[in-house]
Design a protein. Structure first.
Length: 188
């Protein structure tokens, strides 16, 4: 019976390698993002002199947005792989990020939500920069304000961003509470 238990535990422990293709897929996602980044960069470069200031700012914010998504993917790949699959053997490499190997699952959650909030903020900034180029709230004299679909979309985006910020704060608060709670030691 002990041999079956050991075999089962080895099988369960080795099943962590089933996650490796997910992380390779995320690496491929970064490559795809790099291709889109290059396309957007050359598109901006081609219109740098002819485009309006707000068009150039919006395009650059799109590049920043893509960069943040790529950073998020890298954090998830490194931390997820090291937390759930295997340690990445880069000890002593001069380019090894300081945080690598130190971000546990709790820290990963906070970094992910912080990155999502930053991405959401960039998206909102793009909307606000572009707001003068689209439909606006129209108010007729002595009449109620009429909301367009674009205005409703902005309100939804602001609401979602606020929800993400609140979620991030709650995640950080939950982790802080969990860290301060007394630890239960011993084996089952």
């Amino acid at each position: 019976m002990k041999a079956i238990e050991h075999l089962l535990e080895v099988l369960i422990f080795n099943s962590r390698w089933l996650l490796a293709p997910f992380y390779l897929g995320l690496v491929a996602g970064i490559v795809i993002l790099l291709i889109k980044f290059a396309q957007e960069f050359f598109h901006i470069a081609g219109h740098a002199l002819t485009g309006s200031e707000s068009e150039v700012i919006l395009a650059i914010l799109t590049l920043v947005d893509m960069s943040l998504v790529a950073n998020l993917l890298l954090i998830i790949i490194f931390s997820g792989y090291e937390n759930f699959v295997s340690k990445i053997d880069t000890a002593g490499h001069e380019d090894r990020p300081d945080w690598m190997g130190k971000v546990d699952f709790s820290g990963l959650k906070v970094k992910v939500i912080a990155s999502i909030v930053a991405i959401s903020a960039i998206e909102l900034l793009k909307v606000f920069v572009d707001v003068g180029n689209g439909p606006e709230i129209v108010a007729a004299q002595n009449q109620a304000i009429t909301w367009t679909n674009a205005d409703k979309a902005i309100v939804w985006k602001v609401g979602i961003h606020i929800l993400l910020v609140v979620s991030g704060v709650l995640f950080a608060l939950m982790d802080k509470i969990a860290e301060s709670a007394p630890k239960h030691g011993g084996k089952h």
